[in-house]
Design a protein around this ligand. Sequence first.
Ligand code: GLP
Length: 268
Amino acid sequence: MNIIIAKDAKEASEIASGKIIEEINTKKSLVLGLATGDTPLQTYKRLIEAYQKGTVDFTDVKTFNLDEYLGLPKEDVNSYNYYMHTNLFDHINIKKENIHLLSGFSDDFTKTANNYDEMIDEYNGIDLQVLGIGVNGHIGFNEPNSKLTLETHVTDLTQATLEQNSKFFPNIDEMPKQAITMGLGTIMKAKKIILIATGIRKANIIAQFLNSNEIDTYTPVSTLLLHNDLTVILDEEAASRYLEEKKMIGNENFNKKCSNNQRKCSTL
Ligand code: GLP
């Protein structure tokens, strides 16, 4: 695992977008898994800027989004479909047919979910998956539970997630209580994963994730400890509790392990 600690959310987004651009420039037909929420917004802004400057070309890039709320039409400002179009797709030269988004409506969600996984398989899996993290440790909408699901599936949202994401809705009662999400098996099959976490409200879950060496189904992000090409990009706030627990701030070994260049640290 690579852990990169940026100064702030802006620097974290520069690092994340830089990595995505590097991957696209290495493989023009990159299969890119995308996340929503506040966290990747700045990263998507940087991708748009890079496209406008001509330093990245999305012509052959394929995307698969992680999740969608059930029952929100794609025109709804809170749907992830709307989010992706307004915050990224409408501003870059990606082809419509290369965009894959889950729908919050279906007569048969099992079929919808199976089709999604099959499509990902047809592209030989996701090359680079971008992830955020919920305050309860969810990734996508893989919520803490006694069992975790490998494939794309419909899930009930936990109270913690409803509270976290209610900031986007007029009030919590108007929020969908269910979502469809890519499963952890599909996420884990991605060849590379970048997880971005910024801000102080992510400090506890990041500490729990990085300072534990156990897989816990009640902390779904812990599954990523098994991935062999994971980069965790944090800002100082999100990293603060983790570092505090490790007592690494000001510790000589920590400083030695991290180069001056963006304090890039290999496995701490
Ligand atoms: C939602 C998404 C997740 C995302 C999380 C974090 O729940 N389903 O994929 O990681 O929000 O949100 P934020 O970046 O707003 O903290």
